[in-house]
Design a protein around this ligand. Structure first.
Ligand code: BTN
Length: 330
C-alpha cells in the first residue's frame, strides 16, 4: 500500500471526524509536509478533505472507488477477485505491480486495480491515458497452463470476455478491433496489454492489463477524435465497481469454458466481434505494410491476409486500417 493510500485509509476510518496532522504523520511515519502533499493529491482526485489549524484533516466525501470491499460485495465468481485485490489510488502501472506480485508467487486470480496511473502502458510501447477516478485500470494474474505456442489464444479469450462484459453492463454495441481494442461506434473505449512470462515450452504466467474508459468526458489532443468512453457513448455514469464485477464474472465464465471445451467457440465469437473476415485492410507490421483481404482468423488469433496476387500472409501483431466495410464498427 502506498503512503497516499495509508493517509486515505486513516481518514476514511475516521470519516467525518478530525484527525490531527500530528497523528497522521507520527502514525504513518511521514513528515507533515508529506501528509499535506498526499491530502492535496487526494483532493485533486475528487476527495473532499477539510483542513483547519489545530484540528487537522477531515474526510467529508469521496467519489465511488474501486476498493476491494466495493468490488467483493455482490461478486459472483469463485476465483477471480476472490484472492487478493490490490488497490492503489495512484500507481505507475498496474501491470508493473502485477508483475512484481508474480515474482513473489501471487496465485492466479490476483487482481491489481488503481484509481489513477501515472505511467499507464499500452501496446507497442504506447502510453495509456489513465485520469483519476474515470476509468478501470486493471491487471489480472493468470497462470494458464498453456504451451508457449498457444499463448496468443489468451488474447482472444480476454478480448471476448471484456467486450461481452462491457456490452452487458452498458447496453452498448461493443466490438473488437483486432487484435484487442474494445471499440464503440468506431472509437476506442478500451484496450488490453497482455504480458507473458514463459520458459522454452510453457507459459509460466500472464499479466492481463485492461484499460477501460468509463466516465471520461474528454481526452487530450488528438486522442479526443479516436477515443471514447462509456459515458460519452451512452450519456450514463455507470458504476465502475459494478462493471468490474461484471468483467471478473465474464472472464471466469469464458476462462472456465476454455479449460473444459477448448478455444474453438471463443475463436468463433472473436471472429464475430471483430467483423473482419472478408474485409479489405492495411496492416502496419514492423515498418512493413501488408494490404489485402482477410481470409480468416486462425486458431491462434492471427490474421490470414490475401493480397491481389493471391499471396497469403499471416499477421500476428500490428495496427490495422480497414479499407472497406464495417469491421469492428459496432
Ligand atoms: C492498448 O490498447 O494499447 C492497451 C492498453 C492497456 C492499458 C491497461 S490499463 C491497466 C494496465 N496497466 C497498464 O499499464 N496498462 C494496462
Amino acid at each position: 500500500m502506498g503512503t497516499k493510500d495509508k493517509v486515505f485509509d486513516t481518514l476514511r476510518a475516521n470519516r467525518d471526524q478530525w484527525v490531527s496532522g500530528e497523528a497522521l504523520s507520527s502514525g504513518l511515519g511521514l513528515s507533515r509536509a508529506a501528509v499535506w502533499k498526499h491530502v492535496r493529491g487526494l483532493r485533486q482526485a475528487g476527495y473532499v478533505i477539510e483542513s483547519a489549524p489545530r484540528k487537522g484533516y477531515r474526510l467529508r466525501g469521496a467519489p465511488p472507488l474501486l476498493l476491494p470491499t466495493e468490488i467483493r460485495g455482490g461478486l459472483e465468481t469463485s476465483v477471480w477477485g476472490q484472492r487478493e485485490i490490490v488497490h492503489a489510488f495512484e500507481i505507475d502501472s498496474t501491470n508493473a505491480r502485477a508483475r512484481s506480485l508474480v515474482a513473489q508467487g501471487a496465485p492466479e486470480g490476483t487482481v491489481v486495480v488503481a484509481e489513477y496511473q501515472t505511467g499507464g502502458r499500452g501496446r507497442l510501447g504506447r502510453s495509456w491515458y489513465s485520469p483519476p477516478g474515470q476509468g478501470i485500470y486493471l491487471s489480472l494474474i493468470i497462470r494458464p497452463g498453456l504451451s508457449l505456442q498457444e499463448a496468443p489464444k489468451l488474447n482472444m479469450l480476454l478480448a471476448v470476455a471484456a467486450a461481452e462484459a462491457v456490452a452487458e453492463r452498458s447496453g452498448l454495441p461493443v466490438g473488437i478491433k483486432w487484435p484487442n481494442d474494445l471499440v464503440v461506434n468506431h472509437r476506442k473505449a478500451g484496450g488490453l496489454l497482455i504480458e507473458i512470462g514463459a520458459d522454452m515450452d510453457a507459459v509460466e504466467y500472464a499479466v492481463a492489463g485492461l484499460g477501460l474508459n468509463v466516465l471520461t468526458a474528454g481526452f487530450p489532443g488528438s486522442l479526443d477524435h479516436t477515443a471514447t468512453s462509456i459515458f460519452r457513448e451512452s450519456g450514463r455514469s455507470i458504476s465502475r465497481a459494478g462493471l468490474l464485477r461484471g468483467l471478473l464474472r465474464r472472464l471466469e465464465t469464458v476462462y472456465d469454458h476454455q479449460r473444459t471445451f477448448g478455444f474453438e467457440k471463443i475463436r468463433r465469437r472473436y471472429i464475430e466481434l471483430t467483423g473482419l473476415v472478408g474485409q479489405s485492410l492495411r496492416v502496419e507490421v514492423s515498418g512493413r505494410t501488408i494490404t489485402g483481404r482477410v481470409q480468416r482468423i486462425d486458431e491462434f488469433g492471427a490474421l490470414v491476409v490475401e493480397d491481389d496476387q493471391g499471396r497469403a500472409s499471416r499477421v500476428v501483431s500490428g495496427d490495422i486500417v480497414p479499407t472497406t466495410g464495417n469491421a469492428a464498427g459496432r
